[in-house]
Design a protein. Sequence first.
Length: 379
Amino acid sequence: MEFSYHNPTGIEFGKGKIKEIANLIPKDNKVLVVYGGGSIKKNGAYDQVAEALKDHEWLEFGGVEVNPTVETMNKAAQIVKAEGVDFILAVGGGSVIDGSKYLAAASLYDGDAWDFLDGTAEVQKALPIGVILTLAATGSESNNLTVVSRKTTDEKRMYFSDHSYPKFAVLDPSFMGTLSDRQLGNGLVDAFVHISEQYLTKTNDVLVNDGYAETLYKGLVTLAQKWDERRTLWWQENLMYICNQALNFQLANGVCQDWSTHLIGHELTAFYNLDHARSLAVILPHLLREMIEEKQEKLAQFGKNVFGIENDNEAVIKKMEKLFESVGLPTKLTAYEIDDKVIENVHGAFKSHGYLELGENGTVTLEKVANILNRSMAA
Ligand code: NZQ
Ligand code: ZN
């Protein structure tokens, strides 16, 4: 067992915690408040931010899209540079947070900041970021991952940088009251798949990770079983906490990982605009079937400890599909309008990104990816 782990993001969890930002952001910083399509004006977050920042100098940038684009965030970088902004406050879900992480680095970079996405350059410095989370799903609020898209080339890519860790994240579940059922279901499934990509690989001796992953899984199973209670505070605060823990990468310490589902899913979003979590729900069960030989032991452990199913991995996968469907997410690609170029498109992107041997054993090849997509498209 060997790893390095340092997560510097401070978490402020609970109703009314937004007022803490008055002290968490230095008084002499000029703040850019970044948000999306306007949901923050309906759930009270905008007004509470304005109140908390009443002694700060601040300006705002709205209009960050779902699946944020560099085209939009580069416009924000111009404002940051022109106005001398020195603190970015992201208010929203994963898209606003990721767009802000990119913005924080792009604002201090002289070249085209897509360089961070295609691996040409590493982030050397970035402005400090703070987060007010309004949607539980990605875990982006306290991790070092940034996922952004480039509209002009239909690409969705990601990079890791320790400069992307937010200084703080305010997790106030009371902002979740305006989320649609679709977003609640998406969040639950995104977290489920985040745990899976750090857990459903090979058996290991890291007792902490397996135990914690199974606890988080069981929490999500309970929330899915109690889907009728999704409008209550206890349900929403548990989802917010679990989603946060599922992807602060603590589960990855000392174990191997398999992010193939996310990498395939990102292409489905880039080409066919599926919601992020929906792109995962149509891949993970089929990937588990395709890679069953390599994953059988861990899948059996998962089945026994999380679902209480023994010696029947197909039943375990079916149960997972039922869980995704029970919160409104289809598990077949045929549920969406996909053309007959899907395999060609995903293959083309994977070749250009060098994703030729994914998975914990490097065995998720282009051929396997085609099989997984075909399984998801079979009747
Ligand atoms: O744009 P606004 O008006 O804010 O509306 C958003 C958006 O339409 C809305 N919303 C957010 N909070 C709300 C609300 N509506 C009502 N009430 C509220 N309280 O929800 C819609 C979806 O928001 P978005 O931020 O796109 O959702 P999510 O948090 O699922 O983020 C998805 C993005 O994160 C990336 C995904 O690929 C995708 O681009 N990911 C980022 C990760 C990371 N950085 O760690 C990991 C993930 O695996 C993922 O790839
Ligand atoms: Zn995800």
